[in-house]
Design a protein around this ligand. Structure first.
Ligand code: AMP
Length: 325
């Protein structure tokens, strides 16, 4: 054989060996990398959702990877998402109605001004497929309507106190929530992380209403009677809704039932049965607080949330003492 052919063949074989070696080396490195990433995520992240993301959710919302659907609101969908090994809730607005879009932007504006341990905080916002979205702090738990039946009196009181503190803060900033109800209170498994959410219809007192046609926003079963009579609203409507929320969590029933229009009539006219007629175990101090919150006449309710908190704390102390006896 010609020496040139021998040299070319040797070089060719050498090149093939180098390529094969390179490929083997690269594969080993990638495996190590994947393994170390997995180790890192299972070490750093106690959330099983992140370690085993469902395979069918490949989409991203901006830099956030969708893990699963958490829930649906009236105008939006909420997804569990992750970024840099952290979990968040992504709320994607799903309507084209300009009034509703303005309301969603209003929620962003309100959330940007808020920093309170018992109110969901906003992390980021943007647009996804032409729909606005917000990235919110994630609560790994359930809403209060799903869990209140399993809670003790003191646990319920502590949740009401946390939400009262959140409301007191909002009111001090001139913001009325306007949709206080168990569904809008998120609570984690050990009841430590208690957050008020859904500020979609909150209003800063000095802002003009967005509804053009006198439409009333809120959930009738929790709404103060003066709202249906077109009276100018003040923070005491939130105290009323918190009273109905307390009524529900302590008796396992809202006071008024029927079609939306029947509920509205009852909110205006009907005095609800005393909570103790439904649940004889309800402490008298709590019953008194609930009935004061849900007075039809706002003048007869707590003047502000601070006064309500004072009574809640006194009730808590008295109930704890009675339980010790
Ligand atoms: P919303 O549109 O705010 O009423 O949210 C709809 C549902 O999504 C709620 O009932 C919750 O189940 C869920 N959700 C909303 N925000 C969060 C959050 N920050 N963390 C966990 N779940 C949430």
């Amino acid at each position: 054989m010609e020496p040139l052919i021998v040299l070319t063949l040797t070089l060719f074989i050498l090149a093939i060996i180098i390529i094969i070696l390179y490929k083997i080396l690269k594969k080993t490195k990638t495996n190590n990398k994947v393994q170390s990433l997995n180790e890192k995520s299972s070490f750093q992240n106690p959330n099983p959702e992140l370690n085993n993301p469902p395979t069918n959710t490949k989409e991203n919302i901006g830099p956030y990877k969708i893990i699963k659907l958490l829930g649906k609101g009236a105008t939006s969908k909420v997804y569990l998402v992750s970024k840099d090994n952290n979990l968040f809730a992504a709320k994607i607005f799903q309507h084209q109605d300009p009034e509703l879009i303005e309301r969603f932007h209003r929620e962003i504006e309100i959330l940007k001004q808020i920093k309170h341990i018992n109110i969901i905080s906003i992390i980021d916002y943007g647009e996804y497929n032409n729909n606005p979205y917000l990235i919110l702090e994630y609560v790994n738990g359930k809403s209060l309507d799903e869990i209140y039946m399993d809670l003790s009196i003191i646990e319920k009181l502590d949740i009401v106190l946390a939400i009262s503190n959140a409301l007191n803060y909002l009111h001090s900033k001139g913001i009325i929530h306007r949709d206080i109800k168990p569904e809008n209170i998120l609570v984690d498994k050990d009841l430590k992380n208690i957050k008020l959410t859904d500020l979609g219809i909150s209003r800063i007192v000095y802002w003009k209403p967005i509804t053009q046609d006198g439409q009333i926003l809120g959930t009738p079963a929790y709404m103060a009677p003066e709202l249906f009579e077109g009276v100018y609203t003040d923070p005491r409507i939130d105290i009323y809704s918190l009273g109905i929320t307390m009524y529900e969590i302590f008796t396992h029933k809202t006071p008024f039932h029927g079609s939306p229009s029947e509920i509205v009539m009852k909110q205006i006219k009907e005095i609800p049965p005393l909570p103790s007629l439904i649940n004889p175990n309800i402490p008298s101090q709590i019953e008194k607080i609930i009935m004061k919150c849900i007075e039809k006449n706002p003048e007869r309710r707590y003047k502000n949330v601070s006064k309500l908190i004072e009574d809640l704390l006194l009730a808590r102390e008295a109930i704890k003492k009675e339980n010790k006896r």
